[in-house]
Design a protein around this ligand. Structure first.
Ligand SMILES: *[C@@H]1O[C@H](CO)[C@@H](O)[C@H](O)[C@H]1NC(C)=O
Ligand SMILES: *[C@@H]1O[C@H](CO)[C@@H](O)[C@H](O)[C@H]1NC(C)=O
Length: 458
């Protein structure tokens, strides 16, 4: 039954707006959102090497694929086998953030990303193992890529929703050598995730060349294991009721059902900083046909819709400041595992001409510290009801790489602690209302190459 309203919806909205504190609209940082992704092997090997059983001219088909990427406006697209017709895809596609090609076949990996969201830290990694047992996997340096994508879009820096995206193209074929290489490939990605995505939400999608129904392909099952990367396959989750299949169900191309299994797979996980969940799985095959109905690729493209939220997490994160050197760290897993709400008792920074380290001791005695031992230490003890609520970071260039040169912390009592040397390139970070800074995530070595702040409710 529709309730009778004494107040029309438009007027109610206007009243709500008036009740918001001044500045709340300008600083409207999203705490939830949705986006979609597409994984597509674009069959871009030179036609004389491999027709991929796709009718028509490969350059024309590549232009059509690019035009569809633009028209359907997927938020993040991973392509594989994007070798010799790459320029035609980019000619008709319009995504604002795209990776530069690593080259045609024999030079490149065929992996590229087309995104509506900005990203940092893009890196290409070559497989340590390849096999020519049944197809020419060693002909070109295949592997995987990494990027940290700002799925919340360009916000105000105070809070940021990042997801680590991995694209991959594993070894093909089912000879013994292929199977061994493919297992090594998937395990190589898992090991990378364990180092470079500690504490982070993750999305892995690409051409795994693996099937659950092939008993030798155990590595993709390993990705699902809680004791390793703890990823979820949205096809298993949403289409197969959470049951990893053992019986083979091959897909037609184009596929009219999502029940069948393809080698193009998606895996994801949440983090203590960001809840991520898949809301739908589909083969987007009918959206990727030539005008006369023929396919554009020998693979069915995979489309997933996802929702993210920081509204339900106990921790949040600021935007990252700094460069790409150093090794990734995150205090989020430790903070999420504490028995009591975290609150810093003492802040300790080290600095001189640059920022050497950042650290703090929580009320429960836990110590968090990142960076080196250079510079001079400075500490500030916080009162029982005093919180760390704002920070400024300034950047500079050392040995050709951007790092953080300066930090200024401000507490709820207006007291400050600084270290390092201020520059003209600074960003200010304010904890969301009712929240406080309790830790860090970023990249460090001898110094603090990259830094973001981890927040918890007070
Ligand atoms: C569609 O067009 C392509 C390119 O002209 C051609 O090779 C293919 O055979 C056609 N498919 C059908 C089903 O007619
Ligand atoms: C975030 O910080 C960077 C670096 O200071 C700045 O260029 C950018 O404009 C900031 N973004 C917003 C939305 O304020």
């Amino acid at each position: 039954m529709k309730p009778t309203s004494l107040c029309p919806a438009g007027l109610r909205a206007a009243v709500l707006l008036l009740l918001l504190p001044a500045g709340a609209l300008a600083a409207a940082t999203p705490t939830a959102g949705t986006f979609n992704i597409l994984s597509m092997n674009v069959a871009g090997l030179p036609a004389i090497l491999n027709s991929n059983d796709v009718p028509g001219d490969k350059a024309t088909n590549a232009r059509t694929i690019g035009a569809k990427f633009a028209a359907l406006d997927y938020d993040v697209i991973h392509v594989q086998e994007d070798f010799n017709y790459h320029a035609y895809i980019y000619e008709t596609d319009t995504h604002p953030y795209r990776t530069a090609t690593s080259g045609g076949v024999s030079f490149g990996s065929g992996l590229n990303t087309l995104s509506n969201f900005p990203y940092v830290g893009f890196a290409r990694t070559k497989w340590a193992t390849c096999s020519d047992a049944s197809s020419n996997d060693c002909l070109t340096p295949k592997g995987f890529t990494f990027m940290r994508v700002l799925v919340s879009g360009a916000t105000d820096n105070d809070t940021a929703a990042y997801v680590d995206f991995y694209n991959l193209h594993a070894d093909a074929g089912t000879e013994d050598g292929d199977n061994v290489a493919r297992q090594a490939n998937i395990n190589q990605v898992a090991a990378y995730i364990a180092t470079w995505s500690v504490g982070n939400a993750v999305l892995v999608f690409g051409d795994t060349n693996s099937r659950y129904s092939r008993t030798v392909d155990t590595a993709i099952r390993g990705l699902l294991s809680a004791s390793t990367t703890a990823l979820t396959d949205p096809w298993v989750e949403l289409v197969r009721s959470g049951v990893v299949p053992t019986a083979e169900t091959l897909c037609a191309n184009p596929s009219t059902t999502s029940y069948c299994e393809t080698v193009d797979k998606v895996f994801y996980r949440s983090s203590p900083l960001l809840a991520l969940h898949a809301t739908s799985f589909a083969y987007a095959s009918s959206s990727f046909l030539q005008a006369n109905g023929s396919v554009l690729s020998d693979h069915n493209p995979v489309q997933i819709n996802l929702a993210w939220s920081t509204a339900t997490t106990t921790l949040r994160q600021s935007a990252l400041s700094g460069g790409l050197t150093g090794t990734w760290f995150s205090d989020a897993p430790i903070l999420a595992g504490l028995a009591s709400k975290p609150k810093p008792a003492t802040l300790t920074f080290r600095g001189a001409s640059r920022l050497d380290s950042v650290g703090l001791t929580l009320v429960d005695g836990s110590k968090l510290a990142h960076g080196g031992t250079g510079g001079t230490a400075a500490s500030l003890a916080l009162g029982v009801s005093e919180y760390w609520v704002a920070a400024r970071l300034c950047r500079g260039v050392k040995d050709g790489n951007t790092r953080n040169f300066y930090i200024l912390a401000t507490t709820s009592a207006g007291r400050t602690l600084a270290a390092g040397t201020a520059t003209g390139d600074c960003t200010d970070f304010d904890a969301p209302a009712g929240w406080q800074i309790v830790g860090f995530a970023g990249q460090s070595g001898d110094e603090v190459d990259q830094l973001s702040f981890v927040y918890a409710a007070r």
